[in-house]
Design a protein around this ligand. Structure first.
Ligand SMILES: *Cc1c(COP(=O)(O)O)cnc(C)c1O
Length: 221
């Protein structure tokens, strides 16, 4: 018999190291599926698409912490900012600037992570390590009072080569440790978002503080 949602949830929780936050990745899942996991106690959920977030959030309890983990376009920032708890994928100055502007308009501060490109695969998303250093040190953070830079996010290569994945996570952890002293506002830089269903164990061994897990909770998409 296939394991129940409660059994899968328990198995995922059993794999969490102390202090590591579990974000349940609920892209493509219905509001009912999300509510079922909420009723088992889960409060952090991750969505990739602004439209889906906008449709589902109003149907679900107010105390859910919504994480935006997808690629965010500037034109969609205004839809995400009012409901979001943490935006994981910030990778350009103009996106950060837009989030600050929309956060100011909404009368709130928004927590963000900078996304770093650590995988071998080619992608447009994520800063290179050099771009990251430049972003942390040279973007005009003090001109953005409605943004809080809370840490980094990354995705490892989609490969069976576990050594490769481990090295990528260790590289991101090193960058996280190196950037902490320079990040502004001081004291907020405490989140390292890395690890998914297939590699959460390696990510946590390397120092992740937050894992984003979909398939292992809800089954295949
Ligand atoms: C879909 C997704 C996940 C979850 O992946 P699973 O393999 O289903 O656990 C995590 N992070 C991001 C950025 C995603 O897009």
């Amino acid at each position: 018999m296939a394991p129940s949602l409660a059994e899968r949830y328990q198995a995922v929780q059993a794999g969490l190291r102390p202090g590591v936050t579990l974000v349940a990745v609920s892209k493509t899942r219905t509001a009912d599926e999300i509510r079922a996991l909420y009723e088992l106690g889960q409060r952090d959920f991750g969505e990739n698409y602004p439209q889906e977030l906008r449709e589902k959030a109003p149907q679900l309890p107010d105390d859910i912490r919504w994480h935006f983990i997808g690629h965010l376009q500037r034109s969609n920032v205004k839809h995400v900012v009012p409901v979001v708890h943490l935006i994981h994928g910030v990778d350009s100055l103009r996106l950060a600037e837009e989030i600050d502007k929309r956060a100011a308009a909404a009368g709130r501060a928004v927590d963000i992570l900078l996304q770093v490109h650590i995988a071998r695969e080619e992608t447009k998303h994520g800063l290179s390590p050099d771009e990251l250093r430049d972003a942390v040190r040279s973007w005009p953070w003090s001109a953005w009072p409605h943004l809080r830079l809370c840490g980094l996010m990354g995705m490892a290569s989609n490969t069976d080569d576990r050594d490769q994945v481990r090295r990528e996570f260790e590289g991101l952890k090193q960058l996280f440790d190196d950037m902490g002293a320079d990040a502004r506002p001081a004291g907020a830089f405490n989140t390292l978002s890395m690890g998914m269903s297939g590699d959460a164990d390696l990510a946590q061994a390397a120092g992740s503080t937050l894992v984003r897990i979909g398939t292992a909770l809800f089954g295949p998409r």
